[in-house]
Design a protein around this ligand. Structure first.
Ligand code: GLY
Ligand code: MN
Length: 437
């Protein structure tokens, strides 16, 4: 790991939140992610399961957490199983966690090696009838790939058909939505790394470079400042590519007088940031680009004001659509009669704005939480309106990360330039002139 150690208090507090919601006569089991083979004996980069990290801070494969709310000894309410360090594995992969190290990270006293889990679990089931099992319940997840949690559930169903199985996901989701102060600090750190990377990178943008050169500069800044890398595949989309919402090829040469849309974010200590900015490749926006940019910036500012305690994404997104509709009228992209004859399935704005305006942010870039979740202090959401004019090759999306607080909201990316003059100044800053002269 590349980040400073996180206090185990955070993970203990997170576990207690879940433990408090579990019935006393039940247990819960949470598995780590798999180490996924890439080919032969090499693996894809390991990323811990967000729920397991949230509850333990452990970043190692083959980790299992058992929660036992009914245990009489507080120290037995959480039992952790970790991989046994073996010299033949360590010679390739480096040191694995010892039990003492895992205790320090997680704050869990009772830790055993993973190969003893099945005996422990079978004994535990003699006393418990109800098992809470974890599952990725993101409604947009469509996959044939079974996680360790999925496979475990199948085994339990087969081996212990008499046991009652319950869903753990709604409980963990509720807990993860409201961030603890330490989590907010980690998201802020991810945002600060992202802001710095942007400021360092933009002065190097000019016609003739490839989109991937921008990606490379961002990556360098991320890693050099303690991020594990990108929280998601960065979108560096110049010219007409800016109208493809999740364009990640990043292999086009930047053309003079076009724009480049950068949707990117560092991941720090497994916490995400998510920013979008749009840059004029030649250092100055054209009149038309400026018009569209200012329209989107106005909508961003208007929508940000609506992100307060008590509202839902669904609620303020409806208002954002009206703001966008108004801007599209001014830009001459739609006419009043397009609005009059629009249907619910085919609103007039949809050709130019076809995605949601917000998602939750946390351990995942698109974090747990639904569009009808009522916002509360401690929650973090993106705010990302856009206007995409495919036939003009102009796609503008502007995105900030907004923390809800007791006293309003806070933009965690407020130090990242966004006003037209700020962006143009940054483009034309000393370093840029020095480089191109
Ligand atoms: N940053 C990519 C997205 O929010 O979809
Ligand atoms: Mn986003």
């Amino acid at each position: 790991m590349k980040y400073f150690p996180i206090s185990s208090d955070l993970f203990a507090r997170n576990r207690n939140k879940v433990l408090r919601q579990l019935p006393h006569d039940s247990i819960a089991v949470i598995h780590s992610n798999d180490l996924i083979p890439r080919n032969g004996d090499l693996f894809f980069k390991f990323r811990q399961h967000s729920d397991l990290f949230y509850l333990t801070g452990i970043e190692q494969e083959k980790t299992i957490l058992v929660l036992i709310p009914g245990a009489s000894d507080n120290k037995e309410k959480a039992v952790l199983f970790i991989l046994e360090p073996k010299p033949e594995i360590e010679i390739w992969e480096g040191k694995k966690l010892t039990i003492t190290q895992a205790q320090q990270i997680s704050g869990i006293s009772h830790i055993e090696y993973e190969h003893t889990f099945h005996i422990f679990f079978a004994k535990l089931l003699q006393h418990y009838n109800c098992i809470y099992l974890n599952k990725n319940e993101n409604p947009r997840l469509h996959t044939f790939v079974k996680s360790r949690d999925d496979r475990f559930k199948r085994i339990i169903r087969k081996r212990f058909p008499e046991k009652q199985i319950e869903r753990l996901a709604p409980i963990i989701t509720e807990c993860r939505l409201r961030k603890e102060p330490e989590e907010i600090a980690l998201i802020e750190q991810a945002c600060n790394i992202t802001t710095n990377a942007f400021k360092q990178t933009v002065p190097y943008i000019k016609p003739g470079i490839y989109e991937y050169e921008i990606e490379a500069l961002l990556t360098k800044e991320f890693i050099a400042h303690g991020a594990s890398g990108h929280a998601f595949e960065p979108i560096i989309a110049s010219g007409a590519n800016s109208c493809f919402l999740h364009y990640v090829s990043n292999n086009t040469v930047l053309q003079p007088n076009t724009i480049v849309l950068m949707d990117f974010g560092a991941e720090y200590a497994n916490y995400a940031s998510d920013a979008t900015r749009v840059i004029p490749v030649s250092g100055k926006f054209t009149q038309r680009q400026k018009q569209v940019y200012e329209a989107v910036l106005r909508v961003l500012k208007q929508t940000t004001k609506l992100i307060i305690t008590g509202t839902t994404i669904l609620e303020y997104q409806e208002q954002t659509k009206l703001y966008i509709q108004e801007e599209l009228l001014h830009l001459g992209l739609i006419k009043q009669h397009d609005i009059t004859k629009q249907t619910k399935d085919k609103p007039a704005y949809f050709t130019y704005f076809m995605h949601g305006v917000s998602h939750f942010i946390g351990l995942d870039t698109h974090d747990v939480g639904n569009k009808d979740t009522v916002l509360e202090p401690g929650m973090v959401v993106s705010c990302e309106p856009g206007i995409y004019i495919a036939n003009e090759g102009i796609g503008i999306r502007l995105e900030n990360d907004i923390l809800i607080t007791e006293t309003g909201n806070k933009n965690l990316l407020e130090q990242m330039p966004i006003e037209i003059e700020e962006i143009e100044d940054l483009m034309n800053s000393y370093w840029h002139n020095k480089k191109i002269n």
